[in-house]
Design a binder for this molecule. Structure first.
Ligand code: HEM
Length: 440
């Protein structure tokens, strides 16, 4: 017996989930409580959504559970079969072990100058006194960070080409409509959107393999700190290294997992901060005092209220028993991240934007899960927060900006993310030069 489910058809549930995910989840919570089942058209069995931290802990601490349904089918064409996002078991653990040191705190600090340089260049390109959507600018910035810090591509024609082909590829796979049409046209072989997608992917692959070959031919690899160089030098426990195909798949994974997500989290943070002048003033004050506690708390609160990735589930390899819930092996189960983040018993006044709630206490591991959990927890979580801190600090110390429209942003969907529908339109009224700031 699975938890109760809405009476509407799978088509209606899929549409409600696709276009109004938060009201859909909220209604299910009001009607059925902490756990309920939903039926989505593309999934062969119901999916159980949970939001109680005790049940989430039970789910994430069992290492044998499998990938959530759909992840492999949807992602493998882009990220490839070696990607850490789609492999399982011992192979998955071996890859995580090899990749983790590249995302370590110490390593991160060495990226600070280049990330700041990218952010400053982006800020300098913004129009003054004119309305523009900040989300695409966050995307440009996080793409540049991936290209330079993760892929280690130097200034030059390949960087330019990668920027163009990747932006095109990411843009065209972003909308749920395009994804559906693309998947449908796959069966028609050589024509249609699927063929176009494959041609774009081929262009990307050629550039990535050229970059990998160039990295391999370098004699200064050991001195380099970009993530591709680190992955190339890292060894599995049996002493083996990643093949070119393996490296290519991890690069696409880091791009896909790390670019849109971080950009979207930043756009939401601006949407929230610019509508909350008291919290904004407190953040600016703390930045002026060169403190980052309030900045960190702001990021945690933004990821709580506007989790970018709504679900991070598993297919049960064993029965799950927790807090009165018993689910048999084989069930698809996912935390409904936004529901877990808006529980009044964990977060008083759960819908209010209050960074202060994270000043005293760090977020609870299983009640704050924007990065998922357990052995599949986001590998780039520290990297994402580090990047967000630099962007917010630079933008808020250099720019006077305001929202172009005072209303909260509506929630739209891009790829797997929940993102601000209108891209968070803002106006920059004033901007200090980066150099002046450095000299101050
Ligand atoms: C705010 C930004 C980000 C959010 C909200 C986010 C969220 C997530 C979530 C929910 C998962 C799935 C976890 C699970 O299944 O339990 C995940 C996995 C992953 N993320 Fe992130 N992510 C972000 C940024 C990044 C960045 C910057 C990178 C790397 C550059 C990255 C790399 C990965 C990888 C490699 C995985 C797969 C881990 C595995 O399966 O073992 N992510 N992320």
């Amino acid at each position: 017996m699975l938890p109760p489910e809405p009476k509407s058809s799978p088509l209606v549930q899929t549409l409600r989930w696709s276009f109004r995910p938060l009201p859909f989840m909220q209604q299910c919570r009001e009607r059925y409580g902490d756990s309920f089942s939903v039926r989505f058209l593309s999934f062969e069995r119901p999916m159980v959504m949970i939001s109680d931290p005790v049940a989430i802990k039970a789910l994430y601490t069992e290492r044998s559970h499998g990938l959530p349904p759909g992840r492999e089918v949807v992602l493998t064409p882009v990220v490839g079969p070696h990607s850490v996002l789609v492999i399982e078991g011992a192979d998955h653990l071996a890859h995580r072990k090899l990749m983790l040191p590249a995302f370590h705190g110490e390593q991160m600090r060495s990226y600070e100058p280049i990330v700041s340089e990218i952010v400053d260049a982006e800020i300098d390109s913004w129009p003054l006194g004119e309305e523009f959507a900040i989300h695409p600018h966050m995307q440009a910035m996080t793409l540049e960070v991936i290209l330079r810090v993760v892929f280690g591509v130097a200034e030059g024609p390949r960087l330019e080409q990668l920027r163009v082909v990747l932006t095109r590829l990411l843009e065209e796979t972003a909308s749920p409509f395009t994804q559906l049409i693309g998947l449908a046209s796959r069966r028609f072989g050589g024509r249609g959107p699927w063929a176009k997608f494959e041609a774009q992917l081929k262009a990307v692959d050629e550039l990535l393999y050229a970059e990998i070959a160039e990295h391999r031919s370098r004699d200064d690899l050991e001195e380099r700190s970009d993530i591709l160089s680190l992955l190339m030098q890292a060894r599995f426990e049996d002493g083996g290294a990643m093949s070119d195909e393996d490296l290519r798949d991890q690069l696409m994974t880091l791009l896909l997992a790390g670019h849109e997500t971080t950009a979207t989290a930043l756009a939401w943070t601006f949407d929230l901060l610019l509508r909350h002048p008291r919290e904004m003033a407190r953040l600016r004050e703390s930045l002026e005092a060169d403190e980052d506690d309030y900045l960190r708390a702001t990021i945690s609160e933004s990821l709580r209220l506007r989790p970018v990735v709504p679900l991070a589930g598993r297919r049960l390899a064993k029965d799950l028993e927790a807090d009165g819930l018993t689910l048999p092996a084989g069930t698809d189960v996912t935390p409904a991240i936004w529901l877990a983040h808006t529980r009044a018993d964990v977060y008083p006044d759960p819908f209010a934007f209050r960074p202060e709630r994270f000043l005293e206490e760090a977020p609870d591991t299983y009640a704050w899960i924007p990065f998922g959990g357990g052995i599949r927890r986001c590998l780039g979580a520290a990297f994402a927060e580090f990047e967000m801190r630099i962007v917010l600090r630079e933008v808020l110390t250099r720019c006077e900006l305001r929202k172009a429209n005072p209303r909260p942003e509506k929630i739209g969907r891009r790829n797997i993310t929940l993102s601000p529908k209108h891209g968070t339109p803002v106006v920059v009224d004033d901007r200090r030069p980066a150099r002046e700031l450095a000299a101050a």
